[in-house]
Write a new protein. Sequence first.
Length: 197
Amino acid sequence: MSPSERATVLVVDDEPDVADAYAAQLRGEYEVLTAHSGEAGLAKLDPDVDVVLLDRRMPDIRGADVLDEIRDRDLEARVAMVTAVDPDFEIIDMPFDDYVVKPVSRSELIDTIERLLNCAAYEERFREFYALASKHAALSANKPTAELRSSEEFQDLEERLEQLRTELDDIAERFDGEDYAAVLREVDGRALSPLDE
């Protein structure tokens, strides 16, 4: 998602009044889709959806099963369980990004969505930073300094790395401690950690 685009949020709740109320509260900030069942939610789910607000208890398909299908499709949507079910230890193995217990205010919904969007933006830029930093390290270890300095491609690489550092710092400033924990996801089998200063 580019900075100029509005994020797309999919609200999946079997209570139409709840789903429609959330949608009405969010429409000024985001592109909002609603689904009144797990099956309808899966039908509306595509790569353009940035965040899913997902109820756990639905009569047709449980929220946990919808969540599993989202992950099986390998979509990059962030998922917040928004539910009246108090969390218990079974949530440890559920691959959601956030858990919010109803009732939920408009500000809580927006805070949750913004936190998830910030995590997604950080992760996307960190992946690029990591890949470029690996290339930078490989070249630096195997090329003479004079050759590196004379390479336009290497200079472009260094400029992009610096730009990404700045973007990562800007995003990280919007996190509180809990947000930072949420963004530390696995990349290429390695746990992410905050960038060294």
